[in-house]
Design a protein around this ligand. Structure first.
Ligand code: BGC
Length: 799
């Protein structure tokens, strides 16, 4: 097919036509693809387009976000959500759905944690694979993102993730490996950041060696929006589509590179062929069945209920009996926090609040009190009203959570605490009515020093448009909770392995903690937590027994020992007993969800896949299993594994003790000195600060230190806009994006108005060379306009 296309036509196919579309070539019967976010609902913009979730999009079901659904540990449920997303995308003629997001939660402060599944790669990858299978079952291409090591929002487009080879493989690539090999996504999105000095989108290692050659990916790699640095380097490395629209400047750069011998035409042809396969496999527009919005709303409710995690339930205060007299307290009961802001934001078909739907729950509401101001401003009158409301009820239902500014795309969290005003209301309400139940909304975990004041706690995460009903189903016992945490709840932020380093503020983000992410850290280093990974209660109880294991599978008998039906998640972990390469104390090796009637038992087989025993062997540059004795452990969560059996593993290599600083054996990774991290990395640390004048690859935020007073003024205006929005309680995503965006992205995001050459002129101005920069920019502007017209004529075929 590529043989009939001109060089310019081929090049044009590899760069976006608009914010959401690829180029079509009508003369060759090639149509445009429509791409749209996102991970928990379709965001198709038919009017003004933006990639930040600012302008309106077509209504679509807003499902619970990935951070919520991950708690279900239910791959079939993930697949059903995926299928519903795919059906909605198909009905809106969206060809590529930009999700799921499966980056590893390196720190609970990550601003996009709500969009991601877990701190564990097996859980994240397996759940994401469910989504992808579901989405693609409706003829829509999924686009798992953001590949790879995209762990922080601050300076996300210019930050360089410095990660040792083993950690990169075992923690940050594994989830993508699972999704690609198990679910064959037709596209993958490359991340904004650099990985070990190379932009993810220009990394031959990531895009070709690993993604295509090791995992067998045969689809198209799409850049994140504005994430292309050098389109030629991207195509050479294995990237297929630069988004959104760099105009035809990028296409001309590709043409020139081929003509000048800097890019092999065979590489260009290969990328075009891979992309054309996605076009070929896209469904015929206008042929998808209409969506039953009510059915999808009901599914969203079911998912919310099955994803909620019951963290505490003293004296079995829950479930609430029919007719229980409840005081509903908290602003989140009236105005739900049900999704996050940024590119994933969906315009929901409906939105239920607790106040809207509690009437159908069988509970009797005695009063509602807002209790606190959402932005955290103390308000004694609201608090007192809440106390009054609580006094007179059987149970006080207190809806607490993270507000809109606390977490967002483009913005990492600065704290893990709830607003002090909310905690104060909790203490006051609990003093008035000890039967106080806290229901949390938020995309991640919070510190819970207030736990003793709550008799029960349910964490609903960001539960989607029908979350209120789903949470009430859990509170009343209409649904027996079966959610289990997909991430650890640490006691304090200071206990997290990256507490001193996240988010990185310099040029590099050094992953000094190595393999010790999430529970891998807490269990190895012996750091106590509030709620461990995998934790979650039910209204019934389960007993685990009769563990048997081989190197391939574990079997466990689970018995429902309570008196209501419920679902358990059997979790199997592996520990190595004999000496070998450094390795966390426990790693999740497999899991299975099982539904049981009261008194019923089932013997569950959990296959132990690749993740169980292998490690990335830096000596051979390959996955290996070291010969030795391992222990297979099973139980209710990572800190409750009463069953253990030893397993002799023949392995693929003899055991070898690696030469790493001792702290990487004990997990003492909170403050790793330079020398130790360099030893783990196997090379000198790259510079973490900037020096010299600004370049096209510096974030606009660096204009604070620019030579040009004009640039410094521009920085102050942006910073003022950011701060003003923060004060109002809603992040200004546009401004945040600009501050974190490098200059080169101006060229990539302005639909051809600004060329790479113009960006160089602009950077000269910023560096204080106003006249030469302005002259160069103006000349480049004129050249770019002429070139754009000529390329457009050539593409139309009337050159
Ligand atoms: C986000 C992606 C998203 C894209 C398009 C980017 O800013 O990082 O996750 O798919 O925008 O909206």
């Amino acid at each position: 097919m590529t043989e009939n296309l001109s060089l310019l036509e081929k090049a044009a196919l590899l760069t976006g036509k608009s914010v959401w579309e690829t180029h079509d070539l009508p003369r060759h019967g090639v149509r445009s693809l429509w791409l749209a976010d996102g991970p928990h609902g379709v965001r198709k913009q038919v009017g003004s387009a933006d990639h930040l979730g600012l302008n309106a999009s077509e209504p679509a079901t807003c499902f619970p976000t990935a951070a919520a659904v991950a708690n279900s540990w239910d791959v079939q449920l993930a697949e059903r959500v995926g299928a519903a997303l795919g059906a909605e995308a198909a009905a809106q003629d969206v060809d590529v759905l930009l999700g799921p997001g499966l980056n590893i939660k390196r720190s609970p402060l990550g601003g996009r944690s709500f969009e991601y599944f877990s701190e564990d790669p097996l859980l994240a990858g397996t759940m994401a694979a469910g989504y992808v299978r579901g989405i693609q079952s409706r003829g829509v291409a999924a686009c798992p993102k953001h590949y790879a090591a995209n762990s922080q929002e601050l300076r996300r487009m210019v930050s360089d993730s410095v990660v040792d080879e083993r950690t990169l493989r075992e923690i940050y690539l594994t989830a993508f490996g699972i999704v690609v090999t198990e679910a064959a996504p037709r596209t993958v999105m490359s991340a904004y950041n650099l990985v070990n000095g190379v932009y993810a989108n220009e990394s031959r290692f990531l895009l070709t060696d690993v993604l295509r050659e090791e995992w067998g990916f045969d689809g198209a790699v799409v850049t994140d929006w504005g994430g292309s640095n050098d389109v030629v380097a991207g195509v050479a490395a294995g990237s297929n589509l630069e988004m959104p629209a760099a105009g035809l400047d990028s296409a001309r750069q590709l043409v020139r590179a081929v003509q000048e011998g800097r890019l092999a035409e065979a590489d260009l042809d290969a990328r075009v062929a891979e992309l054309l396969r996605v076009v070929r496999d896209a469904r015929v527009p206008g042929t998808a069945p209409a969506v039953d919005a009510d059915a999808h709303h009901a599914l969203a409710r079911e998912v919310a209920a099955r994803s909620a995690v019951l963290l505490k339930n003293d004296d079995a205060v829950l479930p609430l009996a029919p007719g229980a007299r409840v005081a509903v307290i908290g602003d989140f009961a009236r105005t739900p926090r049900y999704q996050g802001s940024g590119s994933s934001a969906v315009n929901p078909t409906r939105l239920d609040s607790v106040l809207d739907v509690i009437g159908d729950s069988g509970l009797k509401t005695t009063a509602f009190a807002a209790g606190f101001r959402r932005d955290g401003t103390p308000d004694a009158a609201l608090r007192d009203e809440a106390v009054e409301a609580a006094r007179d009820a059987d149970v006080a239902l207190l809806f607490l959570g993270l507000d809109e500014i606390a977490e967002s795309e483009g913005l990492d969290r600065s704290t893990l605490s709830l607003h002090a005003a909310q905690v104060e209301v909790l203490h006051a309400v609990a003093a008035a009515n000890p039967a106080t139940v806290v229901v949390l909304s938020g995309g991640g975990v919070v510190e819970m020093p207030w736990l003793p004041s709550a008799r029960a706690v349910v964490h609903g995460y960001l539960a989607g448009q029908a979350g209120a009903g789903g949470l009430l189903d859990v509170l009343t016992g209409a649904v027996n909770p079966s959610g289990h945490l997909a991430e650890t709840v640490p006691v304090t932020l200071a206990d997290t392995p990256t507490a001193d380093a996240f988010p990185a503020t310099g040029r590099t983000a050094e992953y000094r903690e190595g393999l010790y992410v999430g529970y891998r850290y807490y269990t190895t280093a012996g750091v106590p937590v509030t709620f461990p990974f995998g934790y979650g209660l039910s209204y019934t109880t389960f007993a685990h027994s009769a563990l048997a294991a081989t190197a391939d599978a574990a079997t466990v008998t689970v018995t429902n020992t309570g008196d209501v039906a419920g679902a358990d998640v059997v979790q199997v972990y592996v520990r190595r007993l004999t000496p070998g390469v450094h390795r966390p104390d426990r790693t999740l090796a497999g899991f299975a969800r099982v539904e049981l009637a009261p008194g019923q038992s089932a013997t569950v087989t959990v296959p132990l896949g690749d993740a169980a025993f292998r490690h990335w062997d830096t000596a051979t540059g390959a996955w290996q299993v070291a010969q030795g004795t391992y222990e297979v452990l099973a139980g209710a969560h990572v800190d409750d594994l009463p069953l253990a059996v030893p397993v002799e593993v023949t392995g693929t290599v003899p055991a070898r003790v690696d030469d790493v600083p001792e702290r990487y054996r004990t997990g003492d990774v909170r403050r790793v000195p330079d020398a130790d991290f360099a030893a783990l990395l196997g090379r000198r640390l790259p510079p973490s600060t900037w020096s010299g004048p600004l370049t096209a690859n510096d974030a606009l935020g660096r204009m604070a230190e620019a030579r040009s007073p004009l640039a410094r003024l521009a920085y102050r205006v942006l910073a003022w806009r950011r701060d003003a929005a923060d004060r109002k309680g809603a992040p200004d995503l546009n401004t945040l994006f600009l501050l974190n965006m490098p200059f080169r992205a101006i060229g990539k995001m302005t639909n051809g108005m600004v060329s790479a050459e113009m960006v160089d002129g602009i950077v000269r101005i910023v560096n204080g060379r106003f006249f030469s920069g302005a002259g160069a920019t103006a000349r480049a502007f004129a050249r770019n306009r002429r070139a754009n017209r000529a390329s457009a004529r050539a593409l139309r075929g009337d050159a």
